[in-house]
Design a binder for this molecule. Structure first.
Ligand code: FES
Length: 107
């Protein structure tokens, strides 16, 4: 599998939603589809690696999201973290087609 529809492309800048999808191996993954404050679209694993909370509920900036629980920041382009998180989140390729957000969970 490659790109699949995650959701409609109806988020305003600075918003996100959690979406649960299956990858090509049948594994269920919950990702955060994020439109940053610049209007760019990203997809990352939704679960904060520090404390198992949803990053879709975090504070979104320009190419970054700050976890609402303890303020670790994640780069939406690379997944790189700041403390107190000590591991990155996975990022996924995103594209927009016909008002839908498509993500590639196998890449
Ligand atoms: S749960 Fe996300 S920084 Fe602690």
């Amino acid at each position: 599998m490659s790109f699949q529809v995650a959701c409609e492309a109806d988020l305003e800048p600075g918003n996100a939603r959690a979406v649960t999808l299956n990858n090509s191996e049948g594994a269920e993954l919950t990702i955060a589809v994020i439109r940053d404050t610049e209007g760019d679209w990203y997809a990352i694993d939704d679960t904060c690696p520090h404390g198992e909370v949803s990053l879709a509920e975090g504070d979104i900036g320009a190419a970054c999201v700050e976890c609402w629980a303890h303020s670790a920041e994640f780069d939406l382009r690379t997944g790189e973290e700041t403390l107190p998180a000590t591991s990155p989140v996975k990022t996924y390729p995103v594209k927009l087609v016909d008002q839908s957000v498509l993500v590639d969970l196998d890449n």
